[in-house]
Design a binder for this molecule. Structure first.
Ligand SMILES: NC(=O)C1=CN([C@@H]2O[C@H](COP(=O)(O)OP(=O)(O)OC[C@H]3O[C@@H](n4cnc5c(N)ncnc54)[C@H](OP(=O)(O)O)[C@@H]3O)[C@@H](O)[C@H]2O)[C@@H](O)CC1
Ligand SMILES: Nc1ncnc2c1ncn2[C@@H]1O[C@H](COP(=O)(O)OP(=O)(O)OP(=O)(O)O)[C@@H](O)[C@H]1O
Ligand SMILES: [Mg+2]
Length: 378
């Protein structure tokens, strides 16, 4: 018994020694990275890079995505309490679409957020709850078919009051996955967006949220905590509306810069073969090899991921010393770069396993491993 117990303690000791070594090597790697990439980034190096950037005008700079992801991902630490790793809310889910808000919300949890809420219509709520007990689902949105005209003002007020109860607790909202285009529902979401902005809550806008915002640019114009994540169609609509011209793929990054500037202070992540990211000041690209499968729902994973990394980037920057070069980078840009990198890594891993049958849920299952490969938990 004693021997057995002793062996167990030995294993436990070995285990804890291994744990310590792993933990310290993770910390060391992170520190080395910060020294190499951030801390050791002298003014001279910065100047040189700026000159190179200028000389390369016409090409977007490939982001050092994995290092950025590693830098902003918080350590797992027993002193932390629930909520500190992020509270995300997805506004979306209607009669037609229940998959999209689920994909966005569950991706946020799988990456490491502590709590993930979904605000959706009553029809969608029970379906989304049945996909996962992990999500907190609020059946509060209403579509026109279920509301009489005379009841609209009071229902709209109730919807807003329900979301407002929670608003300041959220680190980021994701507005649009599976929202649909019902006019009454979109009117309510318009008000939610205004309140989120008043409360200074970051907002990732995707899917039908982009349909709404393209029509009412004032909702996001001048708001630096807004991130738009358009796909090919959504981007085309934005370019036509804001720049009054066609999408120009030969001068893609200049056009993206103009678009972000034109809307005013927002960050745009243009999804495609390479993801292009701009806040109107700079353009970054993420071209990490992803997957050749284009199954629906991958953009939803991305929106949930960007929400988490954007929250972590803000947290990291508020804790970091102001003179670290990373603190000069817009946290919305950092969040987009990290979200894009992880989504593409996970898609690639899922495709290795599932090939042609790769689905969005397979990619979600690979988020944890992909994050672990880039940034081990201990
Ligand atoms: N499993 C799920 O639940 C998933 C749900 N998803 C959710 O689906 C929603 C739409 O997103 P999507 O990606 O299909 O839109 P997109 O590529 O711009 O359009 C493709 C074409 O369809 C058309 N069209 C769209 N909506 C229309 C409408 N209400 N009524 C009429 N036409 C409409 C559109 O026309 P247009 O925009 O040019 O008018 C274009 O020609 C969004 O909420 C997304 O999150 C996805 O995330 C995937 C997984
Ligand atoms: N040609 C491509 N090669 C590699 N990755 C791509 C390609 N096109 C898109 N992606 C990646 O797939 C993800 C989703 O992009 P996509 O354009 O499919 O969004 P979406 O149409 O909004 O998706 P959803 O079906 O969720 O609405 C992004 O992370 C993007 O990087
Ligand atoms: Mg989409």
């Amino acid at each position: 018994m004693f021997v057995k117990h002793g062996m167990n303690s030995q294993f436990a000791l070995l285990g804890s020694a291994k744990h310590c070594m792993l933990a310290s090597s993770a910390v060391l790697r992170r520190q080395q990275f910060l020294i190499r990439t951030l801390g050791g980034y002298s003014d001279q190096t910065h100047l040189k890079r700026m000159q190179q950037t200028k000389a390369m005008s016409g090409t977007a700079l490939e982001a050092d995505a994995e290092n950025i992801l590693r830098a902003i991902t918080p350590n797992l630490d027993s002193s932390k309490h629930k909520g500190q790793a992020g509270k995300i809310a997805v506004i979306g889910g209607c009669r037609e679409y229940t998959g999209a808000p689920y994909f966005a919300a569950i991706s946020a949890l799988k990456i490491g957020a502590d709590l993930s809420h979904v605000f959706c219509t009553k029809d969608a709520a029970s379906v989304i709850k049945s996909y996962s007990p992990e999500l907190i689902v609020h059946p509060i949105l209403e579509e026109s078919y279920s509301v009489r005209d005379e009841d609209k003002p009071s229902i709209s007020g109730k919807v807003l009051a329900e979301v407002d109860k929670w608003m300041e607790r959220f680190d980021c909202l994701v507005v649009g996955p599976g929202l649909g285009r019902d006019p009454f529902l979109l009117d309510c979401v318009r008000e939610i967006l205004k309140h989120a902005r008043q409360s200074n809550v970051p907002i990732v806008i995707d899917g039908d949220g982009l349909f709404l915002v393209t029509d009412s640019l004032g909702l996001v114009s001048g708001y630096p905590l807004a991130v738009l994540t358009p796909n090919i169609n959504e981007y085309k609509r934005l370019v036509e509306k804001v720049l009054n011209c066609k999408v120009d793929d030969h001068d893609a990054h200049e056009q993206l810069l103009s678009l972000a500037k034109g809307i005013g202070s927002v960050t745009i992540l243009r999804k495609g073969k390479s993801d292009l990211i701009s806040d109107g000041e700079t353009v970054k690209s993420v071209s990490i090899y992803g997957s050749p499968r284009r199954c629906g729902g991958q953009g939803d994973i991305l929106s949930g991921s960007v929400a988490v990394f954007l929250s972590w980037a803000r947290q990291h920057l508020s804790a970091a010393e102001g003179d670290l070069p990373i603190s000069k980078i817009n946290p919305t840009i950092l969040g987009c770069i990290a979200g894009s990198a992880l989504m593409r890594k996970a898609a690639s891993l899922a495709f290795q396993n599932k090939k042609r049958s790769t689905l969005t849920s397979d990619i979600i299952e690979c988020l944890g491993q992909s994050l672990e490969d880039i940034c081990p938990a201990i």
